[in-house]
Design a protein around this ligand. Structure first.
Ligand SMILES: [Zn+2]
Length: 408
């Protein structure tokens, strides 16, 4: 008996999108769903109770950060990630693959949504001198905290994630960029496939060895950058993997995703993937990208953007993103968004938030994060309802038309 399952409900007519339910040992996630990020086992500035109240169904933490601090043994001894952070619902951890290659290498960003933001020296390429070194066995990298050297292999990543104890984990993969050559993408994809096999073997071993713990599901991560044949191959290869009966419980749609091609790439992957397993689109959280992701078959999403932007006073409204430090809010003695059902808008005025940000008060981050997380969680919830009610494309047109037309 597996404590993890996915059930599809409604198919979006004429597209790959669908509604469904992911069942985990810590509860059910109605999909599509947005999963807020608590990088270091906390959604910055917000209590887990508030996250639950604003409708978050699950939270995602980072294996890389928790490995460095406080260390997976501490989280394991605490009873796992959820118990450690006092979050009762389902949890996700990523594999650390993205972080060891982006944070560890000493450059700002490996993956961007826009090719223009790349510079040549930010690209992972064979033979470049850098602080993270990828070989066929794993990645050696420097901690961004203290410069100490560490090594992740597929076995190490799965070992860490089993100790962290999240309901959903991801296989260790090599994250490439859009600027890597096609030859490199091809080679890297094969490396990621071999790592995926090793992840399954180690996952099977640890699931047996830790049979007293709640079942943890493992998702394979699909790379292949912007190449249709590589993306389709990744989806076929990883869904066919079977190591002594151990298969992936779901899939992470990862890697370099050009914003222009996001829907197309997600579509290629979801056309190849089995219908009866969930799909998580990694690191995507802008409203237009969420619509495109849902339409093309992604079930869950995570992104740091809603909380990170909130802490810089940038908040979502139905008329687009606005900045709360703008002087026009100084005397707005009404909520930052009329009609918003979040705790912040129900209890506080835009004028007060404007004051808190200007005074650099910590409560500013808390209240703005609650609003932004509620905004994105609610938006994806609305997409789910609209698929069930046959109105997804109406919602998409209405929401995007308003969000991206009015500019403040
Ligand atoms: Zn609000």
């Amino acid at each position: 008996m597996s404590a993890f399952s996915y059930k599809k409900n409604t198919q979006l007519e004429g597209a790959l999108g669908r509604t469904g339910e992911i069942t985990t040992p810590h509860g059910v996630i109605a999909t599509p769903a947005f999963i807020p990020v608590g990088t270091k086992a906390t959604v910055k500035a917000v209590l887990p109770e508030s996250m639950s109240e604003l409708g978050a169904q699950a939270l995602l933490a980072n294996a890389y950060h928790l490995y460095l601090q406080p260390g997976p043994d501490i989280v394991d001894e605490a009873g796992g990630l959820g118990k450690f952070m006092n979050w009762q619902g389902p949890t996700f951890t990523d594999s650390g693959g993205f972080q060891v290659l982006s944070l560890g290498v000493g450059f700002k960003k490996v993956i961007a949504m826009n090719e223009d933001t790349f510079r040549d020296d930010q690209v992972i390429a064979d033979g470049k001198d850098r602080l993270a070194h990828v070989d066929d066995d794993g990645v050696t990298f420097k901690s961004h905290l203290d410069g100490s050297m560490h090594r992740f292999t597929p076995e190490v990543s799965i070992g860490i994630q089993h100790k962290l104890g999240a309901d959903i984990m991801f296989a260790f993969d090599e994250c490439t960029t859009l600027h890597n050559t096609r030859g490199y993408q091809q080679k890297s994809l094969e490396r990621t496939r071999l790592w995926a096999k090793r992840c399954l073997v180690e996952h099977g071993r640890l699931t047996k060895a830790r049979a007293d713990k709640p079942y943890q599901a493992l998702f394979g991560v699909l790379q292949g950058a912007q190449y249709e044949d590589l993306r389709r191959k990744a989806a076929k290869d990883l869904s066919a993997l079977d190591e002594d009966g151990i298969t992936f419980d779901g899939f992470g749609l990862g890697g370099a995703l050009d914003k222009e091609k996001l829907g197309t790439i997600v579509g290629w992957l979801c056309e190849e993937l089995p219908d009866n397993k969930p799909r998580h689109l990694l690191g995507i959280g802008e409203p237009d990208d969420l619509f495109v992701g849902v339409e093309n078959g992604a079930d869950t999403f995570d992104c740091v953007a809603p909380s990170r932007q909130a802490r810089t006073s940038a908040v979502f409204t139905r008329d687009g993103r606005v900045n709360l430090t703008n002087s026009k809010y100084q005397r707005q003695f009404s909520p930052l968004e009329e009609g918003c059902d979040c705790y912040t808008c129900m209890h506080y005025t835009a004028a007060y938030l404007n004051h808190l940000f200007k005074a650099k008060e910590m409560l500013a981050s808390t209240l703005a994060t609650i609003h932004n997380e509620r905004f994105i969680v609610r938006l994806v919830d609305q997409m789910r309802t609209s698929i069930d009610e046959g109105q997804f494309f109406d919602l998409k047109k209405e929401f995007l038309g308003r969000f991206y037309s009015a500019k403040s």
